[in-house]
Design a protein around this ligand. Structure first.
Ligand code: MG
Length: 272
């Protein structure tokens, strides 16, 4: 089956300047583009994020995924991470954020998934939109009006998350399904990027650097230069071919017809 959505991607990760380990993990291989930010110390975080990524790596090579498959992968990842905690790795936990390619009636869709405070953004028509909503204490304080978004960036509680995979959390992941458009640029990152670089600068880089790998590398470099206080991971997924409009399919049909007419013309010539 022809994929409804073809993606070109770039990705990069860096331990930053303060942490001995890089507890982030990621996967950027169709149809899965996700970031996991592990926590727990003593390698527990590293193993937790790697456990989630291994669960999603089984999907690589598929044209698209169903929501139920993603839900099941999250549930199985949760069991795997909880097993880490019971086998002496401390209280292992991890975030998960990103998109998988989905297909609805033959058309390309993004299926976003999020648990924790890693983030998935979409740049479309020059606007940068945060698709996911952080599961964090400061996000709850912003929503209740007790904290302004500006103050949240420096609030001492900014690293406390309210849902995770593992870490004794039972909170569900959030899901969003939305149609892909040609030119969509999805950016997924751990909080090591967003705690160092303001959204306005992220938007500028995503808008002005066409190559996804070059853009991912530049964002990492800027986050390190800004202090690199945490592990930093960036995945960029560009929609380079989307079956989203009837016109896309009609073009293909017309090409097929053109090819079919050639032998017929030859046959007609032969009959004269
Ligand atoms: Mg982090």
């Amino acid at each position: 089956m022809r994929p409804g959505l073809i993606v070109s991607s770039g990705s990069a990760t860096h331990p930053g300047l303060r942490r001995a380990l890089n507890e982030d993990s990621y996967l950027a291989s169709a149809p899965v583009f996700v970031v996991a930010d592990g926590m727990g110390g003593h390698e527990a975080g590293e193993r937790a994020s790697a456990t989630v990524i291994a669960e999603f790596a089984r999907f690589v090579g598929r044209a698209s995924l169903e929501l139920d498959e993603v839900r099941l992968a999250v549930a199985q990842a949760r069991e795997g991470v909880e097993d880490l905690s019971t086998s002496g790795n401390g209280r292992a936990g991890t975030t998960l954020s990103g998109v998988v390619v989905a297909t609805v009636d033959g058309m390309g869709y993004w299926l976003a998934v999020n648990i924790g405070d890693s983030r998935t953004y979409r740049l479309a028509d020059g606007e940068l939109e945060q698709i996911t909503v952080d599961h964090s204490v400061v996000q709850e304080l912003i929503e209740s009006g007790e904290l302004s978004p500006e103050d949240a960036a420096t609030d001492r509680r900014r690293n406390i998350i309210t849902r995770a995979i593992g870490a004794s959390s039972t909170g569900d992941a959030d899901y969003w399904l939305f149609p892909a458009e040609m030119g969509d640029r999805i950016m997924i990152c751990s909080d090591g990027l967003t705690s160092e670089i303001p959204d306005a600068r992220i938007r500028e880089v995503l808008q002005t650097v066409p190559d996804p790998q070059t853009a991912a590398d530049l964002l990492i470099t800027e986050a390190v230069d800004a202090g690199g206080r945490d592990n930093i991971t960036v995945v960029i997924a560009d929609a380079v071919s989307v079956a989203s409009r009837p016109g896309t399919l009609l073009e293909t049909d017309e090409n097929d017809i053109d090819m079919d007419t050639r032998p017929r013309e030859a046959a007609a010539g032969g009959a004269l």
